[in-house]
Design a protein around this ligand. Structure first.
Ligand SMILES: *Cc1c(COP(=O)(O)O)cnc(C)c1O
Length: 361
């Protein structure tokens, strides 16, 4: 069997142990004689799967009882609309623009109310996180919105913004379960799971109960109301059953490997290894130079020569290191080193970079 090192930003690599377990259970899940893929979402077997998944993510993240965990569909992008539809009571919200995903979220929210862009790092192509200690938060704002880990630009908030008492809403798609976090600092967080948690098709939203209301904006579709899903334990309609099951296996895998503290330790070691090489390389340059803004998950780097970047990606692919091409707005390369990327994979990348650097000096 051939396995490559996959540095894709998402859908992304998953733990081999999880894929192996899913393969073992594919045809006959726990003696039921059927695959989870074929199972009724109303069956006791599936109810047990989703209950266990919820219990395990609660344990992993230390989610308090006054927060609901919702398994939704529509990707992170559907949350760009659901957030304002459900939370924009005064029709005002403050957005901090640290990249494409925050920008898109702000543009979507603008359909429903007034959006204040209270900070931005656009002036230096989103290569840093702005100082958010004293922002002009609107006294009427229903929430302050951030994208916590910027998948494309490779930045992450190390300190949350001072929201001056407003609730914080955070898109954690690309740093989900990468390190411990205190959910009580937020009104809600959400993430598409295909970056760091599971297969594309599930979006997990974690929302404080008092923010789940019936009085959403007029015309909000039933399926886009958090309350619809919260009232039915994420089983209002057919959920992405199989994908929820895989997420559950990933949660169990993480619990068995030191929880989120263990994940952080591994992720810090990987990022240190890669950045340690990039910071001293004469050929490759990391685009995020401020260590306080660096993401542990996405590491963009360039040579400054587009042809050489292209050659690098092509030769890396030949060597079994795939999906290293950077986003078009940054160029160059991006290594996404999510939870399931092993330190061996990062070492293989560094070794390959060293070899390429010598050959192309
Ligand atoms: C990928 C990504 C999204 C969009 O996710 P979809 O599931 O494709 O809609 C949103 N936010 C962040 C931070 C992302 O990385």
């Amino acid at each position: 069997m051939k396995r490559v090192y996959n540095f894709a930003a998402g859908p992304a690599t998953l733990p081999v142990e999880v894929l192996q377990q899913a393969a073992d259970e594919m045809l006959d899940y726990h003696g039921t004689g059927e695959s989870v893929m074929e199972m009724s979402h109303r069956s006791p077997e599936f109810q047990a799967i989703i209950d266990q998944a919820e219990a395990d993510i609660r344990t992993l993240m230390g989610i308090p009882d006054n927060y609901k965990v919702l398994f939704l569909q529509g990707g992170g992008s559907t949350q760009f609309a659901m957030v304002p539809l459900n939370l924009m009571k005064n029709r005002v919200a403050d957005y901090i623009i640290t990249g494409n995903w925050a920008k898109k979220a702000a543009e979507e929210a603008e359909k429903y109310g007034k959006v204040n862009r209270i900070a931005s790092s656009a002036d230096r192509n989103f290569t840093y996180i702005p100082d958010c200690s004293d922002l002009p938060v609107d006294s009427d704002a229903d929430y302050v919105y951030i994208c916590e880990n910027n998948t494309i630009y490779g930045t992450k908030y190390k300190k949350l913004p001072n929201t001056k008492g407003k609730i914080l809403v955070s898109d954690i798609s690309s740093c989900f379960l990468s390190e411990p976090m205190d959910v009580t600092n937020y009104g809600m967080v959400f993430g598409g799971v295909q970056k760091n948690v599971g297969p594309a098709g599930v979006t997990i939203a974690i929302i404080r109960e008092d923010l789940i209301r019936d009085d959403v904006l007029p015309g909000t579709p039933t399926m886009l109301k958090y309350k619809t899903h919260a009232d039915k334990g994420s089983l209002y309609n057919t959920p992405p059953c199989y994908n929820i099951y895989i997420c559950g296996l990933v949660f169990q895998y993480l619990l068995a490997h030191g929880g989120l503290a263990g994940a952080k330790e591994r992720n810090v070691a990987k990022a240190k290894l890669l950045y340690g090489y990039l910071d001293q390389s004469r050929l490759f340059h990391p685009t995020v130079t401020d260590p306080d803004s660096r993401s542990l998950m996405n590491v963009p780097f360039v040579t400054g020569n587009a042809d050489l970047d292209k050659k690098f990606c092509a030769e890396a692919k030949e060597a079994g290191l795939i999906n290293l091409k950077g986003h078009r707005t940054v160029g160059g390369m991006r290594a996404s080193i999510y939870n399931a990327m092993t330190i061996e994979g990062v070492q293989a990348l560094v070794n390959f970079c060293e070899k390429f650097e010598k050959e192309n000096a």
